[in-house]
Design a protein around this ligand. Structure first.
Ligand code: ADP
Ligand code: 5GP
Length: 218
């Protein structure tokens, strides 16, 4: 056998995947995001700006970029946000520059954003977007998780439970749906989605050249 046959070819250049996770609050987006990011150096998290107060343990610049209203409005007015929305009375937005830079480098970006943000990205970046909706297995499990997270006062938990049905109503706007019952199964599902989307022919910008070179060598 020719030794060249066993040599790996250089990676084929591709466009990055923009992987959006949405769910009602407490269904498990943050947990699934962290697990995906920890096990996969090829995808980075889009860190949103928000006017919400930090929860205990949240780190500025890592979980969110925490800003005041004036700063948020200035960013929005300058066009520095790719999308933005008001959720539970606070403003959230995706800084544009890091996403555009990552896509240009062919890197994948993970977004933990709500349905309003997913809709705006669908209008602006449809070809790059993969949308995943996370559902809780039941209403009682959702409530248990919101309470168990022990980061929000009871009135905030009640508000998030009241909003859950409206958020869930957007499930059909997504490309994939994961019912997050068993965490390990959900993580495996999410990794599989990303693995398959990375192989989509349309994303593999270098594929035509690769095939031409391949044919030349036949
Ligand atoms: P979200 O980011 O969607 O608001 P979180 O990831 O913060 O939700 O999850 C809410 C709570 O539920 C957390 O305490 C988390 O540890 C827990 N949780 C998430 N997924 C599961 C699961 N599959 N099984 C059990 N607990 C889970
Ligand atoms: P939390 O306050 O629990 O961190 O987030 C509340 C909601 O805001 C979640 O549904 C989360 O996905 C959403 N969210 C967080 N960042 C953004 C963002 O940049 N844009 C949009 N549209 N939603 C966001």
């Amino acid at each position: 056998m020719n030794s060249a046959v066993t040599t790996s070819p250089p990676p084929i250049a591709r466009r990055g995947v923009l992987l959006v996770l949405s769910s009602p609050s407490g269904a498990g987006k943050t947990t699934l995001s962290r697990a995906l990011l920890e096990g996969d150096p090829g995808i980075r998290l889009s860190i949103s700006v928000t006017t919400r107060t930090p929860r205990p343990g949240e780190v500025d610049g890592k979980d969110y970029i925490f800003v005041d209203r004036a700063r948020f409005d200035a960013m929005r007015a300058k066009g520095d946000l790719l999308e933005w929305a008001t959720v539970f009375g606070n403003s959230y937005g995706t800084p544009r520059a890091p996403v555009e830079a990552a896509i240009a480098r062919g890197e994948d970006v993970l977004f933990d954003i709500d349905w309003q943000g997913a809709q705006q990205l669908s209008e602006k970046m449809a070809g790059d977007l993969v949308r995943v909706f996370i559902l809780p297995p039941s209403g009682s499990v959702l409530e248990t998780r919101l309470k168990g997270r022990a980061q929000d006062p009871p009135e905030v938990v009640a508000k998030r439970m009241a909003e859950a049905s409206a958020e869930i109503s957007h499930w059909a706007e997504y490309d994939y749906v994961i019912v997050n019952a068993d965490l390990a199964v959900s993580i495996e599902g999410l990794r599989s989605i990303l693995a398959a989307e990375r192989l989509k022919r349309e994303r593999l910008l270098g594929l035509s050249q690769f095939v031409r070179d391949l044919q030349t060598g036949l």
